[in-house]
Design a protein around this ligand. Structure first.
Ligand code: GAP
Length: 528
């Protein structure tokens, strides 16, 4: 069996079997947008449902948190378009920009900081310092720009005022008189084809209302997280939640990515599943470690176990200025191998977001905790007022679905169906298939009866298939490509001894079980 997974083969299977299609395909597609076909839509729903079940309904599989209590979380569903001031408070307006460089020869576009990283050697700069550009926040960037500007003898070396195109361009230009003319772009044949960096805003804008003046400008949210901070007070006031607790939000986010690429990995429209977990500042680091470890376990539990999954703790100089810790759950995608790509970030955000929104909106977003403070003579506590700290596990459902697809894709030339999808039964879009061996001799009727029983029990967890056409080998091959874990076949023997064959997708092995035990068998395998 080959371990090498080709992205082209995976994408071809995705299209052929209806997992993922290019959006607006019949018009030639639109870059950075993807649709899901019947199998992909069900796969993503199963992933979203698993997240919802394990993060909101029964958080952390009923485990207790560092405070010894069961973890408590509630959901919200917030709007894609919010008040424009939200994005000023969150730092997305002004900060959510990537300076980009175009190559005039190849028409490729690169993030300027990636190019700087690539040319660090040539420029005689320290790689560790340049690395800060890649992951750094505005503050880190400012610091390093200042150093870079000094090194490059900038006229404004002592007064860089922020993360602006002008400064970045200046720093880039100052790297030696005609550095741009000497640099060969990564895919160019000759030097001097790169443009100066230009700023791009990653937020999609639109207008609210009929007049569409500048005053009506609004943005499509670039993350679901902010909706939670905006409703923090309403949730506390309208429910019985007490800190520590989490608020989950799932839905579409939009980023006008300058270089969408790697299939659905970097899209312009994508879906996030984010939890904002609020806790007392003194307990925040314990909660951070708790969520970081649980989220890693969770991805393993739904089928990404193995050496393709890692938890990467950010270095100190990668952290946002407000963050005390961030870790990424990363997966080794075929296009990142031997490296890894981010699936989910778990960030300790401190009190940054609530404080920012309190400042910009004027609302009081602190929390009165009745169970803290000194003990009073009457036996109750004095209480304590504070701004909760927030731990944020932020997952991407499209990247999650893509990782599940890449992990499941298996090639084995020795099988009649050389390509098959080894999905974990919990996320598999088709849970079971019930086939009559031939479309006669009473077999379809028995298969229909079993189908009805299985559908009644497992139909809400995924698709249950039945199909009487084509040879049984071809039907098994179709189910293998769809990643259906179990096929049950009604054959001649069924009619005499009431048993059916059950075929295991991964081994191709067949055994017989009683026809009336199919639901029991599936219950054990699918868990329910
Ligand atoms: N609230 C924090 C936040 O949004 P992020 O790391 O920017 O953090 C969280 O995004 C997750 O959303 C990422 O780990 C990734 O899975 C997904 N994501 C971000 N940008 C994406 C894109 N352009 N295409 C697909 N998924 C994306």
């Amino acid at each position: 069996m080959s371990n090498v997974k080709s992205m082209d083969a995976i994408m071809a299977l995705c299209k052929r079997r209806g997992f993922v299609f290019q959006a607006s395909d019949i018009y030639g597609g639109i870059n950075g947008f993807w649709d899901y076909g019947p199998l992909g839509a069900q796969l993503k729903k199963n992933l979203r449902d698993a997240w919802w079940q394990d993060m909101i309904m029964n958080p952390c599989w009923g485990r207790r948190g560092p405070d010894g209590e069961k973890v408590r979380c509630v959901p919200v569903e917030t709007c894609i378009i919010q008040h424009p001031k939200v994005w000023q408070a969150s730092g997305h307006v002004g900060g959510f920009n990537d300076p980009m460089v175009d190559c005039k020869e190849t028409k490729q576009r690169y993030r300027a900081d990636h190019l700087l990283l690539a040319f660090a050697d040539e420029l005689g700069l320290e790689k560790s310092m340049m690395g800060a550009f890649f992951h750094g926040d505005d503050e880190t960037l400012k610091k390093h720009l200042k150093r870079l500007a000094k090194m490059c003898k900038s006229v404004n070396a002592d007064e860089p005022s922020g993360y602006s195109t002008a400064e970045f361009t200046q720093a880039f230009k100052n790297m030696g008189a005609s550095m741009l003319e000497r640099i060969v772009g990564p895919h160019a044949s000759k030097p001097g084809t790169l443009t100066e960096p230009r700023q791009f805003n990653l937020m999609f804008s639109t207008f609210v209302g009929a007049l569409a003046t500048e005053d009506d400008k609004a943005y499509l949210r670039p993350e679901t997280a902010q909706g939670v901070f905006l409703q923090f007070k309403n949730v506390v006031d309208s429910t019985r939640v007490k800190v520590p607790f989490g608020i989950g939000n799932t839905g579409r986010s939009f980023r006008n990515e300058v270089t969408p690429r790697n299939f659905t990995f970097r899209s312009r429209e994508f879906e996030q599943a984010e939890l904002e977990f609020f806790c007392h500042p003194s307990e925040s680091f314990e909660w951070y470690k708790f969520w970081r470890d649980f989220r890693m376990e969770w991805w393993k539990q739904i089928g990404l176990a193995g050496e393709n999954l890692i938890l990467r703790e950010h270095e100190k100089d990668e952290l946002s200025f407000y963050s005390q810790g961030t870790s990424d759950v990363e997966y080794r995608f075929p296009f990142t191998a031997p490296g890894f790509g981010e699936l989910e970030g778990i960030a300790h955000r401190g009190d940054y977001d609530l404080t920012q929104h309190a400042k910009h909106s004027g609302a009081k977003l602190d929390y009165f905790d009745q169970d803290r403070g000194e003990l009073l003579p009457n036996g109750s506590k004095r209480g304590e007022r504070y701004v909760p700290h927030c731990i944020e596990p932020a997952a991407g459902l499209d990247r999650g679905a893509l990782a599940l697809i890449c992990e499941a894709y298996t090639k084995d030339e020795s099988r009649p169906s050389p390509e098959f999808m080894k999905f974990h039964p919990r996320v598999a879009p088709i849970k079971a298939a019930i086939f009559p061996l031939v479309n006669k001799e009473g077999m379809p009727e028995v298969a229909d009866r079993i189908f009805d029983q299985v559908f009644a029990k497992f139909g809400r967890t995924g698709i249950i298939e039945t199909d009487a056409k084509q040879s049984i080998g071809k039907r098994y091959a179709r189910m293998d490509e769809a990643g259906c874990p179990f096929c049950f076949t009604v054959d001649g023997e069924t009619m005499t001894n009431q048993t059916v064959t059950v075929r295991d997708r991964d081994t191709g092995a067949q055994s017989r079980i009683a026809a009336d035990k199919v639901c029991e068998f599936l219950g054990e395998k699918l868990g329910g």
